[in-house]
Ligand binder design. Structure first.
Ligand code: SF4
Length: 267
């Protein structure tokens, strides 16, 4: 039987590639290279990257180019044609990582990066062989694709979407399954939930109960929603303090961390 020697080259559409400070979660303040993929299977009410979300565009839309910052922190943007392949993209990451050692890790973000599973299967090993730590930002509901790339991921920033905030269907089963894969694979993981003034306390309790069942030491981050687009309903300081108190009745590591990069005027 004929066997082709053709190597399948996976490609992906990006939105941007740039250097900035991580503004969310337990790694807040770390300098990272952000690889932002185009495409997301969800449409959260509070999404602050609508340019990377499929549902925000006409059917079949894919960005023709992506923004590439050539020098860290300079915002000297060049438009690079989409789609991109794994090796050229890894070369751009290395180009941006100057001086060497400036960046803590490479943030794989979106959109939802896991919708690019096939691309990540070849791209992430190149990043790892180039010496980078990899940090996955994910909606935390796609356990199956994550399972195939988990060995190339060092850190996971996993969302738990609270239905009272997303205004979408609940995803507790998917979140439970995803966190289980993270913990069983010993991937350093924290969970964060965006909360607004309408957050249902029952949703918060459900989230921390899942964490408690799977690994009660996993940090849980309450992230107050930043005002953006349709999302104009941030929680009050007293709500945040009350929710932290309630969550700590179930697990010990519960922190309130707002989106710090926005306070700094960063991307
Ligand atoms: S999962 Fe993230 S990128 Fe996708 S719609 Fe929700 S907030 Fe936006």
């Amino acid at each position: 039987m004929f066997k082709s020697n053709l190597v399948v080259q996976h490609k992906a559409h990006l939105v941007e590639l740039f250097s900035s400070v991580q503004g969310e979660g337990v790694y807040v303040g770390e300098r990272q290279i952000f690889v932002r993929f185009y495409g997301c299977h969800l449409k959260c009410h509070y999404c602050d990257t609508p340019e990377s979300v499929t549902a925000q565009h006409t059917h079949g839309h894919q960005p023709k180019t992506f923004r590439f910052e050539q020098t860290p922190g300079q915002r000297d943007i060049e438009d690079i044609p989409n789609p991109t392949h794994d090796t050229p993209l890894a070369d751009l990451v290395s180009h941006l990582d100057q001086p060497k050692g400036l960046h803590h890790s490479v943030a794989i973000t979106g959109g939802e990066p896991l919708v690019h599973k096939n691309f990540l299967e070849t791209f992430l090993p190149i990043l790892k062989s180039n010496g980078y730590q990899t940090y996955l930002e994910t909606s935390g509901d796609l356990a199956k694709p994550f399972n195939t790339i988990k060995n190339h991921i060092d850190m996971v920033a996993m969302d738990m979407k609270l239905p009272s905030v997303t205004k979408d269907r609940e995803q507790w089963i998917e979140h439970r399954e995803f966190l289980k894969v993270c913990i069983e694979s010993n991937t350093t993981t924290f969970v964060k939930s965006v909360m607004n003034a309408d957050t249902n306390v029952g949703d918060i309790i459900q989230a921390v109960k899942i964490i408690k069942t799977i690994d009660s030491t996993t940090p849980f981050i309450i992230q107050p929603m930043s005002s953006f687009g349709l999302a104009q309903n941030p929680p009050s300081p007293s709500q945040l303090l009350e929710w932290q108190k309630i969550a700590k009745e179930y697990i010990s590591d519960v922190r309130v961390i707002p989106q710090c990069h926005k306070m700094m005027g960063q991307l």
